[in-house]
Design a binder for this molecule. Sequence first.
Ligand SMILES: [Zn+2]
Length: 233
Amino acid sequence: MSRVKRLYELQEVDLAIKKEKKAISAIEAQLQDSHEVIEARAKLEQEEKRLSETRKTEKQLEWDIEELTVKIDDVNKQLFGGSVKNPKDLASLNEECEHFKQRRTAMEDGLLELMTDLEQRQGDFDLAKSQYEQIQSEWLENNGHLVEDKTRFEGEIAGLTGKREQMASQLGSADLAAYEKLLLRVGSQPVGKVEQGMCKGCRINLPTNTIKNARPGLELIYCPNCGRILYVS
Ligand SMILES: [Zn+2]
């Protein structure tokens, strides 16, 4: 294979890698556009937090009521157990008992209110959950193939990159340097294929002599207009 043909084939691989990278960028742009999923997930997390906080408050209140019931039972035992006989002490115990009972009633009212809240929170959470699941499954339905495509492109790029490294190692270092330098200058395709007497890089008609010199591909002949390495197939 001629020197220039090797460079041209390296360019073909570079172009293929570039194309796949571009396709991946396009996919990533589309995949990022999933703010609906992100929003729905944030909403679900918020509702989950509110629900668990309300449940915690409910539990705490239930424990407080239980504790108070134990205290009331205790005072009742003293009141009716016969161990306390002094009327003043009995009156004081009775007062204490009433006080606990009032507190317990207030707490029970609070608990009832909280249970209504809890029902509401549970409803909000269930709704947020089903909305999230629906949005997520719609998103996957629309974008699942994109994720698959991206993985496939990434695999192809890895294969092409390996191939490029192998090809580059077989090139003369001067040729590779000339290619890389030109690549930086012209952006892409440092090798200009000659088609119908024209340099494909700049679409300018080439002198017959230049084409003749470029044809064997044994030395690097440059386009007099754009400076690309000329390749005659
Ligand atoms: Zn040119």
